[in-house]
Design a binder for this molecule. Structure first.
Ligand code: ATP
Length: 256
């Protein structure tokens, strides 16, 4: 079992350190007007040395189906810490996190892993692709890890890479692609197993503004076609305009 108390840039090991799921008949149960995720009075503290630091201090938030929600805030304000909790990678010190009907704050590591790998896709600033695998193979790996029946792989990989506009670069390896193209492969990989929620930590931070805008356009497209909700962190003020809702974090709290 992976330790979830990780910093940004290392979460990409999630999929690689876990066993593939057995194929199952897990089904989604979202109704359009019910929040997909509810965070209530969430606190997260860490023991550091002899002391304790309070990173999140009473977070309240909701993610509704088909929304693009952004978390903004200065470096160190707690955005990644919150994203880790929403993704079931970590547990709050206090408070409740309910994703669909699952109470993450009461769930075991194994239960959260199962839910996460069926229902949540992750996207990282640094793309987190397997360097020796082609775009096609990277997306296929995500399906293998999620336990998707092999008979569905070909059609699904094709569909996801087409959706992100990489139909003509399916057999390129990451180093043969631009940063924006690599991030689009990462998006295809994140949606391949049909999650209901995508969590993206600074997905445009390493891209220029034009490529960043392309990523936001891909996000809008996948919300519409794949029926996902996206929650992302960003520092980029131009990108905030694309959000349905922006939560601003200051020192572990949301300000309005
Ligand atoms: N596992 C941990 N142990 C101790 N401190 C931690 C841990 N995880 C996060 N922190 C601390 O919590 C604070 C918030 O970190 P976090 O990464 O959530 O901020 P952030 O808003 O995402 O910052 P950035 O924009 O730079 O990524 C930081 O001071 C960080 O050092």
């Amino acid at each position: 079992m992976t330790s979830w108390f990780r910093k940004k840039g290392t979460l990409e090991t999630i999929a690689l350190e876990e066993e593939p799921l057995a194929s199952s008949s897990f089904t989604r149960s979202i109704t359009p007007h019910t929040p997909l995720l509810r965070v209530s009075d969430v606190h997260r503290s860490f023991q550091v040395g002899g002391g304790k630091i309070d990173v999140l201090k009473g977070i309240e938030m909701e993610l509704r189906p088909l929304q693009l929600v952004m978390l903004k805030g200065r470096s160190g304000s707690g955005k990644t810490t919150l994203l880790n909790l929403i993704g079931g990678l970590d547990l709050p010190t206090k408070g409740e996190i309910v994703f669909q009907e699952h109470a993450f704050h009461h769930s075991s590591d194994d239960d959260r892993t199962l839910i996460r790998r069926k229902e949540i896709g992750f996207i990282f600033q640094s793309y987190a692709l397997m360097p020796l695998l082609s775009a096609w193979e990277n997306v296929e790996l995500a399906l293998r890890m999620a336990g998707t029946p092999r008979s569905q792989w070909k059609e699904r990989v094709h569909h996801c890479l087409d959706l992100v506009g990489l139909g003509k670069r399916m057999h390129h390896r990451p180093y043969e692609l631009s940063g924006g193209e690599q991030q689009r492969v990462a998006i295809a990989k994140a949606i391949a197993h049909r999650p209901s929620l995508i969590l993206a930590d600074e997905p445009t931070a390493e891209l220029d503004s034009q490529m960043g805008a392309q990523i936001m356009s891909v996000f809008r497209n996948i919300i519409a076609t794949e029926q996902v909700t996206i929650c992302m962190t960003t520092h980029d003020p131009t990108i905030l305009e694309d959000a349905d809702h922006v939560y601003e974090m200051v020192d572990g709290r949301f300000v309005t």
